[in-house]
Design a binder for this molecule. Structure first.
Ligand SMILES: *Cc1c(COP(=O)(O)O)cnc(C)c1O
Length: 335
């Protein structure tokens, strides 16, 4: 049962988040040709242009909206999240705007720069030694504080409206159509929660679009072997071995509930060194200063371009710049 004060808080918080979505400008898309691949072009949608610097801006807004309308957050409810970085930054921003205390449960290996950014929004970081222990630590904190654990890995696919409502897929398809006159042949993204790939895969079906979805996955992630097995593709012992990802934002040591394998048309395992190399190459290729997961995306774009060229196909490949390279300055130095 909720009091009048609680309902007023929820109404105002929801109105704020809806206004934020309604007034946000679409993130920019740029169009590029690809040397050696005539007839194939690349469309890059720059999600680092959000006020909190990554594609997690949309997710944070959707997760908070969902928790508010589900009666899980009232005035002063502590908000908790298990996050490797970008999600915590975006949620910390929105929680400060809504006047809610926020605690990010992170692995102790999280970069000091990320921790500093989260704290700059007035949030608290709780560090756990083992990356796989973040879920249990967040659940414990929720119980102890009577808070709301947003749980991005469970709720990302549900919190985002795959039909429309400013979702990434709707924006991407409409920008691509405007630029090229048709839907992209392929859309290439990575999976952290799996929410982005789920929204795109569902939206293209909802629209009757012919776009296909490819997901790139880093070394050690559990997503690729899971998808491969479901599709009767043989998985090497090396690709079956799971461990925490070295590419921030993507790759998980367990198959997250928000990953929807049935909407993924093709999947690629990308070696980490290749992700870092393409991350640096993104500067010359697309004029992009983006993070490692965007390098993984480019590695996938190159694989799709090669496969399209071999099949004599032409068209556009769309992908995302997920976050800016700013937080990864050290990785840009040639090793
Ligand atoms: C979260 C994230 C992704 C993956 O998006 P999901 O929707 O969680 O699968 C990719 N890159 C970065 C930098 C991220 O933070």
């Amino acid at each position: 049962m909720s009091s009048t004060a609680e309902r007023t808080f929820v109404a105002e918080a929801v109105a704020f988040l809806r206004r934020d979505a309604d007034t946000s400008v679409p993130t920019p898309m740029t169009r590029h040709s690809l040397d050696g691949f005539p007839g194939i072009e690349v469309l890059v949608k720059d999600e680092s242009a959000h006020p909190t610097g990554s594609l997690k801006h949309r997710l944070a807004r959707s997760l908070l909206l969902s928790a508010l309308v589900n009666g899980r957050i009232g005035p002063g409810t502590p908000v908790i999240e298990a996050s490797s970085g970008s999600t915590a930054i975006s949620e910390a921003h929105f929680c400060r705007e809504l006047g809610l205390p926020f605690v990010a449960v992170m692995s102790a290996s999280t970069s000091p720069e990320t921790i500093r950014l989260v704290e700059s929004y007035g949030a608290r970081c709780e560090l756990v030694d083992d990356a796989t222990a973040v879920y249990a630590a967040a659940e414990r904190l929720e119980r102890e504080t009577g808070g709301c654990y947003l749980d991005q890995f469970t709720y990302a696919e549900r919190a985002t409206d795959w039909r429309a409502n400013h979702n990434l897929a709707e924006e991407l398809l409409s920008q691509a159509r405007e630029m090229t006159g048709s839907c992209p042949a392929w859309i290439v993204v990575g999976a952290g929660t799996g929410g982005t790939s789920a929204t795109i895969g569902r939206h293209v079906r909802y629209c009757g679009s012919e776009s296909r979805l490819a997901v790139v996955d880093p070394e050690g992630s559990a997503f690729y072997p899971h998808w491969a097995e479901l599709n009767g593709i043989e998985v090497s012992d090396e690709n079956r071995h799971v461990r925490p990802s070295r590419i921030e934002g993507i790759g998980r040591a367990r198959v997250e509930p928000s990953f929807v394998p049935a909407v993924v048309d093709r999947m690629f395992r990308i070696p980490d060194e290749e992700s870092f190399a393409w991350m640096r190459e993104n500067r010359t290729l697309f004029g992009l200063d983006a993070g490692p997961s965007t390098g993984t995306n480019t590695a996938g774009v190159m694989r799709i371009a090669r496969q399209m060229a071999e099949a004599g196909e032409t068209g556009a490949i769309a992908t995302l710049a997920c976050d800016s390279g700013e937080r990864y300055a050290g990785l840009f130095e040639e090793r």
